[in-house]
Design a protein around this ligand. Structure first.
Ligand SMILES: [Zn+2]
Length: 100
């Protein structure tokens, strides 16, 4: 595990708030993409995902890209450790950097 970067606490909190906002916004494409996938699946006559359907491919790509973005984004600004499932941690569970 890399050592925490010597960043001032207010800078860490600022970066954390930006990351938290992005993490909240990324829910939108994930939900829309999954709804589109469900819609495509239920629209298909045989009940299977039509893998050549551009909407299905696009929706899958959006969901996948959003999850990759979330994996990259939702990390401690100081030590880059993943922040887990909590939506608003007060401090880093790994290095203890304060986020507020
Ligand atoms: Zn940390």
């Amino acid at each position: 595990m890399p050592a925490p970067l010597p960043a001032p606490p207010d800078r860490i909190a600022t970066v954390f708030r930006r990351r938290r906002l992005r993490q909240q916004l990324v829910v939108v494409p994930v939900v829309l993409g999954m709804l589109a996938l469900v819609w495509v699946r239920e629209s298909a006559a045989d009940g299977e995902l039509a893998d050549k359907d551009p909407l299905a491919l696009g929706a899958f790509a959006v969901v996948l890209a959003s999850l990759v973005f979330s994996w990259w984004n939702w990390r401690c600004p100081a030590c880059r450790s993943p922040l887990g499932r909590g939506t608003s941690p007060r401090r880093c569970p790994e290095c203890g950097a304060p986020f507020a």
